[in-house]
Design a protein around this ligand. Structure first.
Ligand SMILES: *[C@@H]1O[C@H](CO)[C@@H](O)[C@H](O)[C@H]1NC(C)=O
Ligand SMILES: *[C@@H]1O[C@H](CO)[C@@H](O)[C@H](O)[C@H]1NC(C)=O
Ligand SMILES: *[C@@H]1O[C@H](CO)[C@@H](O)[C@H](O)[C@H]1NC(C)=O
Ligand SMILES: *[C@@H]1O[C@H](CO)[C@@H](O)[C@H](O)[C@H]1NC(C)=O
Ligand SMILES: *[C@@H]1O[C@H](CO)[C@@H](O)[C@H](O)[C@H]1NC(C)=O
Ligand SMILES: *[C@@H]1O[C@H](CO)[C@@H](O)[C@H](O)[C@H]1NC(C)=O
Ligand SMILES: *[C@@H]1O[C@H](CO)[C@@H](O)[C@H](O)[C@H]1NC(C)=O
Length: 442
């Protein structure tokens, strides 16, 4: 179990010469951006893609558990230990004047937008040059009294400059100066420059960036991109993580679920977000049950609720996890229902890293097998999962596996389960909506 790490603040030298900002306010807006899977184009086989993704998911669920297992009296400290691993998707964007392109890891589990800045005291490898704030006239350090500085969990004041620190659950961290800067988002036609976005210019960073050059927080807190852009809604349509077609992100005015004139199909379903006061950044959902093969499993509803005393439990939707983690009692019932309903032999688990609801699928010519339908029930919405969103073929063994694992604490609905859904996060109305969609066409 991870403990809370207290890192001493290192005061940073003043870093810039400031020219006059040419910032002006932009009108209402939106944009479309491309999301690239972190392992795309690296030549991994499907089996390798899968094991890499499962390993990343596992570190994320471990982070959630260590965070939730923090004693209630230390909850204020726990809040600064932001839950995140490194996510699964990279978003293309540009920073500064003139704009310099880079890719940032999209994270719905944290808020801060940050990139590594020169001069670097401690930096990790990234594919683009470190951002040189001194060369960008729109870069403006924020004072210690600025609202964005005060929205940080850990900050310090150095010569009236806001110096931030931000920790991720897997012991990664970033520290540097909090500043305003112009960011440019969107692909052709929807390209938009937005001045005065507060971001972390990190001079002291640890962890791995998985070939990104920073992170972009899409959480519910004030520092996130969603909150800062003033139109607090976005949607994404994730292609299968084994697909070579990139995924799409829509922001602001572009974030709508069209049922008539796009490829979106089927009825739009909506369910409210709920707030966990211990982790207000995360998108919690009110999960009410799970059906396998048409039978509603007798899961005690308390298995999915947030424990008010310490913020443990609950169900989050998270683009940064791949497979779904279900609280152990719910997972056990799903496992038993699949074992009872799938007419194939259950495979014995040989390694603790293996998925443990796997069935022997005799080699080709393969007989047709029927899999039970799987439905996640939320308050006001049923998510009927297409087969490819919950069963996968383990490339190394040929076994058919359920893409889920047990969690000792809360549950996480991962991206594998919501790929090929167009998913809309409407923070203004505190509502998650989704509709099945072929994301390679949207
Ligand atoms: C953007 O537009 C330019 C000029 O029309 C074109 O060359 C480029 O391929 C376009 N890029 C994308 C991603 O559509
Ligand atoms: C930073 O941006 C915020 C929000 O637009 C603005 O209110 C503030 O004055 C800016 N601060 C500086 C130093 O540019
Ligand atoms: C970064 O990309 C290179 C080549 O594209 C790859 O070999 C390396 O494993 C990647 N690093 C990470 C941490 O994903
Ligand atoms: C949704 O449909 C409307 C009307 O057909 C169109 O103007 C809008 O661009 C569409 N939005 C998306 C995200 O496809
Ligand atoms: C929507 O689709 C229908 C049929 O494909 C088409 O006739 C109609 O013009 C479209 N409407 C808009 C606004 O694009
Ligand atoms: C699984 O393990 C049990 C106990 O070790 C053994 O009896 C059984 O034959 C094994 N099943 C398969 C399919 O290997
Ligand atoms: C979750 O949904 C159920 C069923 O609609 C409702 O009774 C319950 O109050 C909801 N829980 C929260 C925390 O909103």
């Amino acid at each position: 179990m991870a403990s809370i790490t207290v890192v001493l603040l290192v005061l940073l030298p003043l870093l810039l010469s400031s020219l006059v900002a040419a910032a002006h306010s932009d009108g209402g807006f939106g944009f479309q951006a491309t999301l690239t899977h972190v392992d795309a184009g690296k030549g991994y086989t499907d089996a390798q893609l899968l094991s890499r993704a499962v390993r990343r998911s596992r570190s994320r669920v471990a982070a959630l558990q260590s965070l939730a297992a923090t004693p209630a009296e230390a909850i204020t400290t726990a809040r600064i230990l932001v839950l995140a691993s490194w996510g699964e998707y990279l978003m293309s964007m540009a920073i500064g004047t003139p704009p310099r392109e880079y890719s940032a890891i999209l994270d719905t589990g944290s808020d801060l937008i940050w990139t590594q800045c020169a001069p670097c005291m401690l930096c990790v490898d990234q594919p683009t040059p470190f951002f040189e704030s001194a060369k960008s006239p729109t870069f403006k350090k924020l004072s210690c009294s600025s609202p964005m500085c005060n929205a940080l969990y850990v900050w310090d004041c150095y010569k009236n400059t806001c110096v931030y620190q931000y920790f991720y659950g897997d012991s990664a961290s970033t520290a540097g100066v909090l500043a305003n800067e112009t960011f440019t988002f969107g692909t052709n036609g929807t390209r938009v420059s937005v001045p005065k976005i507060a971001f972390g210019c990190g001079n002291l960073n640890a962890g791995s960036l998985y070939n990104g050059s920073g992170m972009v927080g899409f959480g519910r807190g004030p520092l996130s991109l969603v909150s800062q852009l003033g139109v607090p809604r976005f949607s994404y349509c994730l292609t299968s993580f084994m697909s070579t077609v990139p995924s799409r992100l829509y922001f602001g005015a572009y974030a709508t679920l069209n049922t008539t004139n796009t490829s979106d199909s089927g009825p739009v379903q909506s369910t409210p977000f709920i707030v966990n006061p211990a982790l207000p950044t995360m998108y919690y959902l009110n999960m009410t049950g799970i059906s396998v093969g048409g039978d509603l499993l007798p899961v005690d509803p308390s298995v999915f609720t947030i424990n008010d005393a310490d913020g443990t439990g609950g169900v989050i939707i998270d683009s940064g996890a791949t497979i779904t983690y279900l609280a152990q009692p719910a997972y056990d019932m799903v496992h038993q229902a699949f074992v009872a309903q799938v007419g194939l032999t259950l495979v014995n688990v040989t390694s603790p890293d293996d998925l443990d609801t796997c069935f022997k699928w005799p080699p080709p010519p393969r007989k047709k097998v029927t899999m039970p339908e799987l439905v996640f029930h939320f308050e006001g919405a049923d998510m009927e999962l297409p087969l490819e969103n919950y069963m996968l073929i383990d490339g190394s063994t040929g076994n058919l596996c359920l893409a889920m694992a047990p969690s000792e604490d809360g549950s996480i609905i991962g991206s594998f389960q919501h790929s090929n859904f167009h998913v809309l996060y409407d923070n203004e109305n505190s509502l998650l909506s989704f509709v099945p969609a072929p994301c390679n066409l949207v």
